[in-house]
Design a protein around this ligand. Sequence first.
Ligand SMILES: Nc1ncnc2c1ncn2[C@@H]1O[C@H](COP(=O)(O)OP(=O)(O)OP(=O)(O)O)[C@@H](O)[C@H]1O
Ligand SMILES: [Mg+2]
Length: 1035
Amino acid sequence: MENELHKRDHTGVQDFVLLEDFTNPEAFVDNLRKRFTAKLIYTYIGPVLVSVNPYQNFDIYNEEYVQIYRNVNFYELPPHIFAIADAAYRSMRGENRNQCVLISGESGSGKTEASKKILQFIAASSHHMNDVEQVKDRLLQSNPLLEAFGNAKTNRNDNSSRFGKYMDIQFDFKGIPVGGHILNYLLEKSRVVHHSDGERNFHIFYQLIAGGTPLLLSKLKLTKDAENYHYLTQGKSVRVDALNDHKDFNHVKHALDVCDFNAKEQEALFAIVASVLHLGNVQFEENDDGPANIADFTPVEHISQLLGCPEGILQSALQNKTIEAKGEKLKSPLNKDQALYARDALAKGVYDRLFTWIVKKINDSLNSRRMKCGLMGLLDIYGFEIFGVNSFEQFCINYCNEKLQQLFIELTLKSEQEEYQREGIAWEPVEYFNNKIICDLVEAKPVGIIAIMDEECLRPGEPTDSTFLEKLNHNLGQHPHYISHSTDAAARKSIGRDEFRLLHFAGEVTYSIQGFLDKNNDLLFRDLKEAMSKTSNMITSQCFPAAELQNKKRPNTASTQFKTSLAQLMEILMSKEPSYVRCIKPNDYKRADQFDDRIVHHQVKYLGLMENLRVRRAGFAYRRPYEIFLNRYKSLCPDTWPHYRGSAKEGVEALVNHLQYSNDDYRLGKTKLFIRFPRVLFATEDAFQLRKHDLATIVQSRYRGFAQKKKFRTMKLAAIMLQSHWRRVAAQRLLKRRKLAAERIRGFIKGFIHRLEPECNDNKHFIQYTKYNYLIKLREQLPRNVLDKKWPSAPQLLKKTSQLLKDLCMRNHTLRYVKSITPGRKAQLEQKVVAESLFKGKKENYAGSVKEMFVDSRLESSHQNMVWSTFDTKVKQADEKVQYSAPVTKFDRHGYKSRKRVMVLTDKHLYLLDEKSYLLKDKVPYQQMTGVLTSSLSDGLFVITINMDENGSKEALNENLDSKGDLILHSDRVIEVVTKTIIHGKKSEAFRVISEASITHGISGGKKGCIEFTRGPTSAVKKAKNGNLCVIVAQ
Ligand SMILES: Nc1ncnc2c1ncn2[C@@H]1O[C@H](COP(=O)(O)OP(=O)(O)OP(=O)(O)O)[C@@H](O)[C@H]1O
Ligand SMILES: [Mg+2]
């Protein structure tokens, strides 16, 4: 594509600097014509772009072109408006210099289009991000919106800007547009009420009527026909072929939405537009006595409704004028002319303030809180113009163009040449026309046109436009750029008596003096202002604040305000790095493919393009102070990188030598380096861009190292901090634990000391602990069964509890044991219990008897059967039941002869049977038993004492048994035998253990015998020499 571009652009020269005959204007125009005919509308003069309006659309502004021209040095590609935009954008980003693009040329030369293309390029070439898209959209949409309200068809341009606009695009550090700000300059508001033949009012009026929906129009009380409105029909060209009002209205609606105008604001805005149209239709009839009356009240009613203004106030304000004299207010009625004047003044005032409000609103929507690092200004101001009748507005517009031309001259011709001389560069001065003289003619004090006009406006008496002209003639008659009917006889034919002519840089313009003072005064009657301040329409009420009425100070005149704002604009532009687009109109008929040499020649001349070319040819494309140049490019030379110790100039010298600049490429001035050709600079810049990657790598690595180190240090600090905190916490915890431990130990000792006292604070914990501890220990060491007698010894304070628990435990074991034993065993044990109660602790051989269970018979089984058979049949009574039998030894009461017997116990009697014959030897009913006696020693002897009274012996006699006294018996199982006897005989109370050494026993007939107990080497029972029975117990 790039090659194709180059192939396509081979007509003439792309840069006038390459023009051979560079001093010849014909050759200059010839080159423009050739290129224009070949559809090449752009040509450079060095960095300045000359653009010829093609009046037709070329497909050279699409996305593909944006991409081609992005980031390419502009001399590498054919000239294009995008190249200028890109160069300015890159300079802003690369060198951090705020930019402005100055677009100049006469009306219809394509300035507005050029500014739109630049904006389009900036928007399309920066990154796409959601929030940025919104800003870009608003920047782009501000154009159709402002054009609708501020542009109009004139005879020179179907879309002529009738206001000046300076737009700042704000960028962040990445070069992304993040906001914007618009300054507007002097709207040609007289167009609201009047326009010349073939011209139109501002677009918005026609657009609203053509594009508004029936509903909207009926709300606004408008009809669909523009012809019905006085303010729209004076030029007799309501319809313009090149414009599509209906479509444009939709664009405006869209733009309003994008730029954040809410529904209420839009409603208020269109109500004002409609009100202006209705105002134009307000007509007045003159009464016989002078004062004017409103002819038809309908339009006034509409306005009142639309603006929310009390109808009476509005009517009165349109027909009267309040004059304040000596503190008194007097209402004086207006005549018809005055009323029409007041009506128009109101229409102009309302529309003008509406326009300013719209700009403010757009600015609000473009206002961004993000950091702004760069600015790019776009200046699109109304172009120089000459109409059939030129008035105050043309005077201001052309003055503005003079100022711009002056700035251009200042920056490109004058200061440049002065700079060469100042810097000591060999230079042959180029002559040029300096329009400062015209600027001074307009703005100088006290004899400039504006100063005289202001003086005339403010002076007492009856100043009129004619007196003003007289003053001009008087003061400026001799000025070489001022001509009037009375001052120049030669020009009398072409200048009317009420006209004056200025020889502008761009041509002669004859101004009609009519209305100059009025427009400069810019008066709006107080009554009308007051009426507007009382409206409920949110815009008019804002634009006409009541406070304004209190302000007694006379506002500056229109021309002075304009002059001041232009001076501020010049300051803004001077503070930025400028780029230039010089627009040329190829013909006066808005026709494509028509190149009028004469017209173009004229523009080339007055724009000073030839001088511009001559300076460029002889001069230098680029200059920078040594410090700045060295600072930017020092990385390209080892001697200057990273620091150059000598002076900046020497450093730059070393640098250009290293870069091998040829002698003709550059000059060293006193403070600056001058580079003749852009290609040299661009080659240096390209080398720098490449070098930047290396530098970036170094910076990156250093930064990474630094960042890591910083991170490490931070982490180390953090770690130390954490450690120290942690140590403190740990130490605090340890201290706490130790304190607690010490307290516990102290408490424990105290508790131990007071352990035996009643529970109190001092021993509470100790006691609890002791209890707990003991119970835990006890749990581990509980006896396993009823015979397990071990029991952990209890601390003093738990002795009682321990005993209780022990009993409980034993009872529990016992219960369990008891539940587990059989009835037989239970009976046995019960007998054992009886034995225990009888003998335990009383008789020595009791302990030896414990382990052996009692049985029901101690006879051998064969023996036993025989005993029973005899006993059952012969001895025992039928209802008697044998309970126990055992072999015993019986000792006679006389002589103590021993005899083997079998003892049988039934439930009624004690029987003694012969051991061999089983014959009954003794039978003792239990009720006759009076006692059972044993010794306390370990012998087996026991005595059963028997009641020897009558009844007792009787029964014995009945049984044929002898009753010879107490029975002396011996058994090896004395414990068992005695216990059984006691149990079956139910004689527990009769049992006695004799601890004395002898027992006395009864013998029949009341006699007594004695049994002695002694200890000896072997156990024996024998009759002693003293006749007593001696029982010897082994020691
Ligand atoms: N680059 C272009 N390509 C196609 N048409 C163009 C171009 N530049 C300008 N035109 C045409 O010329 C007309 C006038 O251009 P523009 O409105 O930009 O002039 P201007 O210099 O802003 O005039 P004024 O000073 O009156 O505002 C445009 O409406 C458009 O039709
Ligand atoms: Mg314009």
